[in-house]
Ligand binder design. Structure first.
Ligand SMILES: NC(=O)C1=CN([C@@H]2O[C@H](COP(=O)(O)OP(=O)(O)OC[C@H]3O[C@@H](n4cnc5c(N)ncnc54)[C@H](O)[C@@H]3O)[C@@H](O)[C@H]2O)C=CC1
Ligand SMILES: O=C(O)[C@H]1O[C@H](OP(=O)(O)OP(=O)(O)OC[C@H]2O[C@@H](n3ccc(=O)[nH]c3=O)[C@H](O)[C@@H]2O)[C@H](O)[C@@H](O)[C@@H]1O
Length: 468
């Protein structure tokens, strides 16, 4: 039998995943109409404007090429659902803040509300695809909600199709993914739905990269992939502390270890710690799942990855204080980079936030710069979205429009995000405007240490012994 032809796709959630993912589907499948819906009007308006709500290299071209032709952004969630034959659910699934599992479990409220809406609005059968990252077995609760609320004659097939894109390289990742993973029930209708979604991806992804598995394997693979990637970073960061104490160099160690083809060279860059909206959230989710399954040793194992990350962030911040002769009270410190990694404006769980808070607690004066993060966003982060009053912090923080401006008069320059532009700054000019001794703390091992030392800077990097 020929696979079901998907003609209209709706994506619920126009965020970092829903937006780029479905824009790429529209670009690669001109015969499919793609509508991305969101309750957030401001976000939808931005998607429909020249100023997209997220910064992602290559995204503008993709959106502008398809928007108004077969790609639409709308706040009319119900219409989007009603018209579609396949619906991606790509809403946020943050860590729960209160109630059972607070601090660990995923908050599935947004996902369940979207699922209910699908059941209430649909008058024809649909394929419903979990795009959000969810705990294992979430598809089962979605099916229960859909079946309990569906109209006569409406059936729903649920697929898991987790997203593996990384921010900053989202478009490249979506154009040429390592793999596309689709999980389905192994029933005839589950397999048919899986074949229909596979056909959509097959418009540009080689068939051998489209992996089809059971629903629960697919859900768990997403948490596992993020946990294992984060684990590599915590492992290399743990080793960076040993390097600093012994005189070994973490880049050399990572290079030597990564040459083993069983280990591989990627994701072994020591840093101030990993950030981003997902690594911590997904590992904590795995910890919660393990505890719920009465597997305390497994839970403890994964929790250590997050604990090591917290340790790395505070270890780095403490090192700055220690090096500046044990006090930074009243001293001006420049923080270069606020996003959680380069080539994104996303600041969720950015290590810069923890490090800045540490410095503010020590009563330093901060001068901040990031090429993509807005001043408004930095204030939201510093005040924990309004939970902390801004007034007491304001006199101690200035946000600058260039790295050079941020570094003027700073006793220490702390590089937290690996933006390429930091490599090519006029470091001599910066040095001329700093009091002595002038310190650079390279939290990303990205600067030319020897060159900076020659200029006169004292340079401290993660994962190498001191010696300026
Ligand atoms: N950010 C990333 O790089 C990646 C995220 N993921 C996962 O994808 C999911 C989405 O993540 P992001 O796109 O980063 O989140 P996001 O917060 O940027 O976007 C989610 C959007 O869903 C909307 N929304 C929530 N409930 C809704 C409803 N009932 N109806 C309509 N719209 C609704 C929100 O207004 C928001 O704009 C999460 O589960 C995340 O773990 C997976 C891979 C990569
Ligand atoms: O589920 C998700 O949200 C996504 O999470 C990560 O993507 P992302 O968080 O966007 O970015 P990464 O490149 O993974 O970087 C995460 C953090 O780790 C840090 N990192 C990364 C690599 C490395 O070697 N060292 C290191 O410190 C980065 O600077 C950043 O703070 C995964 O790489 C994606 O596959 C996944 O889809």
């Amino acid at each position: 039998m020929a696979p079901i032809q998907v003609k209209k796709i709706c994506c619920i959630g126009a965020g970092y995943v829903g937006g780029p993912t479905c824009a790429v589907i529209a670009a690669k499948c001109p015969h499919i109409q793609v509508t991305i819906v969101d309750l957030n009007k401001q976000r939808v308006d931005a998607w429909n404007s020249d100023n997209l709500p997220i910064y992602e290299p290559g995204l503008d071209e993709v959106v502008k090429g398809a928007r108004g032709k077969n790609l639409f952004f709308s706040t009319d969630v119900d219409k989007g659902i009603a018209e579609a034959d396949l619906i991606f659910v790509s809403v946020n699934t943050p860590t729960k803040k209160s109630g059972i599992g607070a601090g660990f479990a995923a908050d599935l409220n947004y996902l369940q509300l979207a699922t209910r809406r699908i059941a209430e609005v649909s008058t024809t059968s649909k394929i419903v695809v979990e795009k959000s990252t969810v705990p294992c077995k979430t598809a089962e609760s979605m099916r229960t909600i859909l079946e309990a609320n569906s109209k006569p004659g409406c059936t729903f097939d649920i697929l898991s199709n987790p997203e593996f894109l990384a921010e900053g390289t989202a478009i490249a990742d979506l154009f040429a993914p390592d793999r596309v993973l689709i999980g389905s029930l192994q029933t005839q209708s589950g397999l048919d739905a899986c074949a229909a979604l596979s056909e959509v991806y097959a418009n540009w992804v080689p068939r051998e990269r489209i992996l089809t598995v059971g629903l629960w394997s697919s859900e768990l693979s997403k948490l596992a992939a993020n946990a294992m990637l984060a684990q590599r970073i915590s492992s290399i960061n743990a080793l960076s502390a040993i390097c600093e104490a012994t005189g070994a160099n973490i880049d050399e160690v990572a290079f030597a270890v990564g040459k083993d083809s069983r280990v591989g060279p990627k994701f072994l860059k020591a840093s101030v710690g990993f950030g981003g909206s997902c690594f911590q959230k997904d590992i904590l989710n795995l910890v919660y799942l393990s505890e719920s399954l009465h597997l305390p040793e497994v839970a403890k194992y994964w929790k250590a990855v997050v604990e090591m990350n917290e340790h790395q962030k505070s270890r780095f911040a403490r090192k700055v204080v220690d090096t500046l002769f044990n006090t930074i009270t009243g001293k001006k410190i420049a923080i270069l980079g606020w996003a959680f990694k380069k080539d994104t404006g996303d600041t969720r769980e950015s290590p810069s936030i923890s490090i800045a808070n540490h410095f503010l607690n020590e009563k330093a004066r901060l001068s901040l710069y990031d090429p993509q993060v807005t001043e408004e966003q930095i204030w939201l982060d510093l005040t924990d979205y309004g939970a902390i009053p801004a007034e007491p912090i304001k006199p101690h923080v200035s946000i600058q429009q260039s790295a050079e401006e941020a570094c003027k008069g700073a006793e220490a320059i702390v590089v937290c995000t690996e933006w390429d532009e930091f490599k090519t700054l006029d470091w001599e000019k910066i040095y001329a405007n700093c009091p002595r001794p002038a310190f650079v703390f390279d939290g990303r091992l990205m600067l030319d240490r020897k060159k900076l030392q020659k200029i006169g800077f004292r340079v401290v990097t993660i994962g190498t012994a001191d010696g300026y």
